[in-house]
Design a protein around this ligand. Sequence first.
Ligand SMILES: *Cc1c(COP(=O)(O)O)cnc(C)c1O
Length: 368
Amino acid sequence: MTCDYLELAAPGIRGLLPYQPGKPVAELQRELGLTDVIKLASNENPLGPSPAVINSLADAIPELARYPDGSAYDLKASLSEFLGVPTNMLTIGNGSNELLELLARVFLRPGLESIVAQHSFVVYPLVTMVQGATLRVIPAKDYGQDLEATLAAISSKTRMVFIANPNNPTGTWLTAGELTEFLDRVPDHVLVVLDEAYCEYVDVADYPDGVTLLARYSNLIVTRTFSKAYGIAALRVGYCVCSPVIADLLNRVRQPFNVNAMSLVAAVAALGDQAHVRAAVCANLEGMILLTNACADLNLDYIPSAGNFLAIDMGQAAEPIYQALLHEGVIVRPVGVYEMPRHLRVTIGLPAENQRFIAALTRIMNAR
Ligand SMILES: *Cc1c(COP(=O)(O)O)cnc(C)c1O
């Protein structure tokens, strides 16, 4: 006798598609027999982590038999000082991805809705649907979030609005004026999750600091990560800043030891080396100029980006160009699942990596 296990799955799970990560370097090496491969596909920091992080990991090794500090005392103390917020507003997660999941678990359930923008980060629909809650997608305006339409979509069933600032994969951002005008009009029963995964990279006028806004909006929740500008994506650490009441709820549902000991010490060390973050930001701005100039040379449109990546419009189906780049040993990210079938998202890399991507793309476009 067989059983239809798909039918037995919780309602929200059946319709899910698994998250598609950027192709790992080793996978492409295996598939195509290439040795010299570069990956510009997951918005990682091309400089790697701070040397202070490497040293801190060595210190943690003798303690590997012990459970980690489930309260993340040291990391919360460092973040509290760095951000100027009390520790009872902080939650540490296994990547900010876990925090998005915990927020959904606490606040979403069947009968309630979350609102996301078209082309916004796929994890928001994922965590919504796992809860069996309803997803409302607001059509994008110039690839960015249409806040007027978002407000109009809010109902008594709406419990959460996800906003990435800047957004991945588009790189679009909201100004302080746009965001506060929106927050002023959002009813209190709607939680606004402001995902600032790329905030360290932003160098545009009038960019809002979500953490500062928390004093004015008790329904605001800010998430950030050590995976991007801090360069420790492998270690999976993110944090959430929100009202103590919400932080307390997150603390109830998280695993007791949700962040491992190596990651906790590494995050403290990473936070302590702001010079390393500044170096990454500088290199990013230079790489962004190089890449946008190359797009202009190739007559390709792109979406202006405040992050460490650029969504380039290939002017045709992007998938064959993605494949051709793979054969050149260059991994970028197709964004068809984001309803952007003509775009490729390229992470800003080291200068030599950016040059290699541009040279490969130029060869491919010229051959078409
Ligand atoms: C990369 C990314 C994250 C962070 O992921 P982690 O789980 O912290 O590694 C969150 N939001 C967006 C929009 C991202 O692009």
